[in-house]
Design a protein around this ligand. Sequence first.
Ligand SMILES: NC(=O)C1=CN([C@@H]2O[C@H](COP(=O)(O)OP(=O)(O)OC[C@H]3O[C@@H](n4cnc5c(N)ncnc54)[C@H](OP(=O)(O)O)[C@@H]3O)[C@@H](O)[C@H]2O)C=CC1
Ligand SMILES: O=CCCC(=O)O
Length: 291
Amino acid sequence: MEVGFLGLGIMGKAMAMNLLRHGFKVTVWNRTLSKCEELVQFGASVGETPAAVVKKCKYTIAMLSDPSAALAVVFNKDGVLEQISEGKGYIDMSTVDADTSIKINEAIVQKGGVFLEAPVSGSKKPAEDGQLVILAAGDKTLYEEAIPAFDVMGKKSFFLGQVGNGAKMKLVVNMIMGSMMNAFSEGLVLADRSGLSQQILLDVLDLGAIANPMFKMKGPAMIQSNYSPAFPLKHQQKDMRLALALGDENAVSMPVAAAANEAFKTARSLDLGDLDFSAVLEAVKVSKNKA
Ligand SMILES: NC(=O)C1=CN([C@@H]2O[C@H](COP(=O)(O)OP(=O)(O)OC[C@H]3O[C@@H](n4cnc5c(N)ncnc54)[C@H](OP(=O)(O)O)[C@@H]3O)[C@@H](O)[C@H]2O)C=CC1
Ligand SMILES: O=CCCC(=O)O
């Protein structure tokens, strides 16, 4: 199966690499083209533009930072729209809002192509290990055709119906995750400031009802102030912002998520946006200094 892959950031690189490893023929493109070189060493071809990739491939996958990147790659000059046509499928796995997905879907369908949104749960390591959870919505036939690729990139795929539902599900999940990360950070600071061992707190949490892979995986690095990026904080803040907008649309009050978003914004203002989202701990530390 020949697929195009647009966007070789932390996630895209790992996902494209998995496809290559499992025998897919992959043509890659990245805005910063030099990032394609590593994939070429593993057998990928390079397309000079998104349009060139779509021209060559029946299916093209995208994994881009945010709504403006997702829209730019489709609508700008040399973008996806210039070459999408009947018989071609476009699968956007980026985390965006439903409106962005719907806009992309309408434009692709108007050109005769088919579209699937397929954001993912799971971070750098699950992407490397092919253990993502795929939240797809849109064209059901394209979903079925994409299953061999999804099976390589993920451990489970859901088909959620009409375009927008994948984006919404992803935002709900990440809203919960961002709120949890803030509560966890406050707990680490509270333990430390009250003279308790943060390591023992981690051990206690891991044995009880709120044990979870995120605390277990991120906690030890956080207490060492190590925030090597798996999920960049700027993307988590984008997801909180988009989830809060979804709450606005549906008149759902989310004071906990709103407070978490403020902490992520503070972290960005402290220049922590490119670090892992667990670096929100540093913003929580600063706020507890002020109090
Ligand atoms: N990291 C994670 O744990 C997870 C991330 N996600 C989501 O996946 C998506 C990608 O995340 P991740 O790989 O971590 O992000 P990165 O920041 O590592 O990569 C972002 C990618 O988007 C490209 N890009 C940014 N702006 C533009 C633009 N205007 N035009 C074209 N390309 C652009 C970048 O290109 P360039 O190299 O040139 O900058 C890069 O390829 C995001 O939507 C994120 O929310 C979902 C699940 C987990
Ligand atoms: O969008 C990022 C999700 C990160 C994760 O699920 O661990």
